[in-house]
Design a protein around this ligand. Sequence first.
Ligand SMILES: C[S@@+](CC[C@H](N)C(=O)[O-])C[C@H]1O[C@@H](n2cnc3c(N)ncnc32)[C@H](O)[C@@H]1O
Length: 248
Amino acid sequence: MNEHDAYMADFMKVFETLEYWGPGSEFDTQKALSLVPLTPSSILEIGCGKGLSTKVLAQYSEASITAVDNEQSALDRLTQRFDQLSISNRLNTVNASMTELPFDDGSFDLIWSEGSAYIMGVENALDQWQQFLSEQGYLVLSDMLWHTDAPSKPAIDFWQQEYPDMQSVPTRIGQMEKADYRVIEHFQMSEQAWSNYYAPLRARVSELKPQMPSSSALNDIQHEVDICSNFSQEFGYHFFILQKDASQ
Ligand SMILES: C[S@@+](CC[C@H](N)C(=O)[O-])C[C@H]1O[C@@H](n2cnc3c(N)ncnc32)[C@H](O)[C@@H]1O
């Protein structure tokens, strides 16, 4: 195994037992869905992970849901979740890359992305995903953003490495409007969403530390957990409810 493969194997070992793969909560997903001024009939969720948000979308809508991720183990967990609720008839899982989505133009009236658009770059995602929306369809996404103009040095150093495209809320909104979306609503995600992700992640790192004392992946994740605990008032996750702007 080369160094990169070993890093990724350790990374997956940390996350395999965790349900949330990014900050999120039922409350925040349901709040964002309630702000979409449409009764969706077809939802595309991109970067669905193990499907905790997918489950909320299914429970609070009647839509058929296409859930995309490129990690098969996550899609398998999502399928199991829907089977347990006997709602698998409304779910289609697709193992694909978010940069090469195998769908026809205009196929969905709502696209949902929690904590995943940053992977291909939010501006890229805004641009590339728009074609899959029906006329005046909606895009809902969450993203990590700066909440201060003067962050602390450790926070700057960390995010410069991990997410150099992290922006302020007004800058992101400007990019969304430039990409031909109307910003219908936006809100800062709850503290519960933050702790749903970081509390189990911290516990998992502590559990694995004795077995993997020199793992770079584990050390990097530990560093993220520390930064996100110590400087959490300087940045955080934000939800945006956008509408494809047909007037452009
Ligand atoms: C930060 S996690 C968020 C997962 C989930 N939305 C949640 O909040 O728990 C990002 C997700 O994107 C998936 N992913 C990473 N790169 C991808 C790609 N190129 N195409 C599709 N999915 C990808 C990962 O497997 C992971 O499930």
